[in-house]
Design a protein around this ligand. Sequence first.
Ligand code: PHE
Length: 352
Amino acid sequence: MLEELERILENGLQALENIHDEAALQEWRVRHLGRSSPVMQVFAGMGSYSKEERPLVGRRANEVKTALETALAQKEALLKQQALERKLQEERLDVSLPGRPRPLGRLHPTTRVLREIYRIFAEMGFQVYRSREVELDEYNFQLLNLPPHHPAREMQDTFYIAEDGEQTNTVLLRTHTSPGQIHAMREFSSQSPDNPPPIRLILPGMCYRYEQISARSETQFTQVEGLAVGERITFSDLKGTLTDFARRIFGQQVRSRFRASHFPFTEPSAEMDIECFLCHGAGCPVCKYTGWLEILGCGMVHPVVLRNGGYDPERYSGFAFGMGPERIAMLRYGIEDIRYFWANDARFLEQF
Ligand code: PHE
C-alpha cells in the first residue's frame, strides 16, 4: 500500500505539471483531492489494513494528501502570477513614447481676412451690422436706385427664389451686401425720425450671383459693405478712411488710387486700386500689366438712397463701399483660383 501511495503522489504531481489554466486546475483538484480521489480512497479503506499497517499507511496517506495540497496551492499562486504578468504585458505603457499630437483646426482664409477687416474698422469706430441673405427685389435693387429694367442689373445676374419678374416682392438671394444699407438706415432712422443718429457700420456676409463659375468668379462669395452717414461727411472722409484701411491691411507702404466709376446707389462713385505688390507697378500677369489691383467699389451715398433709408439728403451725407474678402485673400496669399475657397480641400485649407 505504501508503494501505491508513492504512485498516487507521483501521478498527482505529474498531472499538475501540465496544467496551465484555472479550469484545468479545478478539474485536477476534484480528481486528485476530491472525495473519490485515489488518496481519499486510501483513507476510506483504512479498515482493511492490519493493526500494524494502519498507522504507517495512515501517516503516509496524510503526508501524500498534504503534499498534493501544497503543490496545488503553489500551482494556484503561480497561475495567478502568470495571469497578472500577462495582463501587465498586454497593457504595457511606454511612458517614453512621444504624445500623439491632435490635429489643430485652422481658420478658413476668408474668415481670417474677415476678422482682420472687422478689427481694422472696429478701431475706426465701425460696428458690425448683420443683414439677411434672402432679399426682396425692392431692397436688393429698387431702393438702391436700380429700378426694374435698369441696365446696371445686368452686372449682377440674380438667383430668383420666387420669380415674378422685376417686381417689388420678388424674392431673391442678395447679389451684394448693399441692401443692408437700407435695412440699417431704416432701423436707425426709425428710432428718431426727426433726428436720425449718425451711423458707422460694416455689413459682412454671403452674396450670390448666377454666374458661370470660373477661376475668377463663384456663385457665392463674401462681401463687406461699409456705410457711414452723418452731417458733413465728405468724399475726403471716404478717401481717408479707405486709404488708411489699405495701409493697415496691405502694409504701410502700399500705394493706392481712386478711379472714377459708376454705381447707381452712389454719386460720385469710384473704385479703389492698390499698387500691385508683385511687380510694384512695373506690370505683370497678376495685375494684367496695369501695375494696379482693384480692391473695392465705393462712393458717396446717393441722395435717393439716403431718403429711402429715412435720412434727409439736405442735412445728411454719407459714404459707402463694398469689398470682397476672397479677392483680398487671393491678392494677399497669391491664390490663383477662387474655386479653392469652396472646394473643401484640406490641402488648400491647411496652408493658412
Ligand atoms: N455693391 C457693389 C458691388 O457689389 C459695391 C459697392 C458698395 C459700391 C457700396 C459702392 C458702394 O459691386
